[in-house]
Design a protein around this ligand. Structure first.
Ligand code: ZNH
Length: 171
């Protein structure tokens, strides 16, 4: 359960993020696929001094610490900076902002989305954890000064609540 302090910390961070929630959510989506790439593409240029080929650069930026999550989006343009990925990131961000506004009522606030992900999109609930993880890392990178252990813990709890609400239809 989120304590009063957890709520206050999450709300304060969200206020600070302002209109950038979509930017960081998109970055988290893109990030959510890096680590699983073959070593040859995960380090950019394969030999020292060789130019950073455009495809190497894009494979570094587009979707993927957890490549399996990418398979859900095969119908979207996943190139770096893709408007479709940004639009999707903004939708996910709006859902997260709604969740921040309705901390007392998360399961109800997210019930339609939970239904959509379970019945229609059939997203593996484990993927939610991966995205939550990527979002936490992304926010920590952009707000290092704000990222006290207390904020980390509160944000982690918040994301766990969002995820269990989203995954509730899977049972
Ligand atoms: Zn999801 C969609 C949210 C996660 C997959 N999503 C979506 C939307 C939203 C969301 C809001 C939109 C809907 C409409 O349109 O109506 N998600 C969300 C959130 C989260 C998520 C909040 C967490 C946190 N998802 C996820 C994951 C995955 C997904 C993890 C996988 C991997 N989604 C998805 C898909 C879709 C969505 C596939 C559809 C897209 C298109 O556009 O097609």
């Amino acid at each position: 359960v989120l304590s009063a302090e957890d709520r206050a910390l999450v709300r304060a961070l969200w206020k600070k993020l302002g209109s950038n929630v979509g930017v960081y959510t998109t970055e988290a989506l893109e990030r959510c696929s890096e680590a699983g790439r073959p070593p040859s593409t995960s380090r950019g240029p394969s030999s020292p001094g060789s130019p950073d080929a455009p495809h190497a650069r894009s494979s570094r930026r587009t979707f993927l610490a957890f490549p399996a999550t990418k398979t859900y989006f095969s119908h979207l343009d996943l190139s770096p900076g893709s408007a479709q990925v940004r639009a999707h990131g903004q939708k996910v961000a709006d859902a997260l902002s709604l969740a921040v506004e309705r901390l007392d009522d998360l399961p109800r606030a997210l019930s339609a989305l939970s239904h959509l992900h379970a019945r229609q999109l059939r997203v593996d609930p484990a993927s939610f954890q991966l995205l939550g993880h990527c979002l936490l890392v992304t926010l920590a990178r952009h707000y290092p000064g704000d990222f006290s252990p207390a904020l980390q813990a509160s944000l982690d709890k918040f994301l766990s609540h969002v995820i269990s609400a989203l995954a509730s239809e899977h049972q």
